[in-house]
Design a protein around this ligand. Sequence first.
Ligand code: SF4
Length: 227
Amino acid sequence: MQITEIYKSLQGESTYAGLPCVFVRLTGCNLRCSWCDSEYTFHGGRRMSQDEVFDEVKRLSPTAGFVEITGGEPMLQERELVPLMKQLLQEGYRVLLETSGERPLERVPAEVVKIVDVKCPDSGEADTFHTENLSILNSQDEVKFVISSRADYEFARDFTREHNLAERVNAVLFSPAFRKDAAGARDSSHCLVDPQELAEWMLADDVPARLGLQLHKFIWNPALKGV
Ligand code: SF4
């Protein structure tokens, strides 16, 4: 499979935020979100076999632990990715899959925690979520909305209610989008929606969702890759 990078860091998002995790970042994406901070994954990378990827994960995390499969859009390489996920599970790793949900998720092993980033209107990629995936989501999965405007917030709020997400999955996450050229200061000045404003909207509407901040961007320089 085509790999951009494999590294160990702290998980920055989801209910697993703050935990050590190995990231396997696959190359290539079929979307072009306006605030994407991973454009360096669109091209390049290097070809690695399933064994080479597994060996690198094991070198970074010899006693098993969390592994996040991310991208880009990892499900574009589903044919090779599914056997890798099965191997990681067999060897005792806890596997998280970050995906836009634009591709069908039915072949993802049931034990994999799916973190599905449903695109809001101001991402420029609205309506790309494959609605049939809703029936695949289970009580360990998480649905994330990256929010860059009031319109995005209203979309996320209404989608959450309409599809009864809080009953279907482990967590619904509302996360302020970061400017993709953010650098330097490790604070919320780079957020496209002020987290305080987003928190107040969520409280006013009593939305059954969790406010999520990208923890790694408050720990390291937001321009840094591989953290
Ligand atoms: S799906 Fe992810 S990697 Fe692809 S353009 Fe959107 S934010 Fe970037």
